[in-house]
Design a protein around this ligand. Structure first.
Ligand code: HEC
Length: 99
């Protein structure tokens, strides 16, 4: 095997191993979902954002605001959109990681 082939095989093993590890973790995190490290927070936030944040006005680009500004805006929009605490945390995380 060439050096490159060894590296490629190693990388494939790491990627496959990582994906296998991710699955059960994501399912286990679903019911409580309050953990900061919850891997599904970002995905749920993106979904909530796309479903609720364009109901009343144009979709706001996550890049429009800084992290601290998003914190204030989301706290404000939480009331308007009627989000749960979990949905609010999810959306905030999504916006802050996408700006
Ligand atoms: C029920 C209607 C409604 C929903 C749902 C809604 N907004 Fe808004 N949003 C408004 C209105 C009305 C304004 C302008 C007046 C104001 O600021 O309250 C606004 C203003 C904003 C602003 C301008 C800055 C600010 O704080 O005023 C941002 C950013 C924003 N919305 C983001 C969002 C995001 C992100 C979501 C999803 C979590 C969301 N909005 C959901 C009605 C809504």
């Amino acid at each position: 095997m060439s050096k490159l082939a060894v590296k490629t095989a190693l990388l494939a093993t790491i990627v496959a191993g990582g994906a296998a590890m991710f699955e059960p973790e994501a399912q286990a995190a679903e019911p409580t979902a309050t953990d900061e490290a919850d891997p599904m927070t970002f995905a749920r936030g993106a979904k909530t954002w796309s479903e609720t944040c364009a109901r009343c006005h144009n979709m706001r680009d996550p890049k429009e605001l800084r992290d601290d500004q998003w914190r204030a805006a989301v706290a404000h929009m939480r009331v308007r959109a009627g989000l749960t605490g979990q949905e609010t945390r999810d959306v905030l995380k999504f916006l802050q990681e996408s700006n």
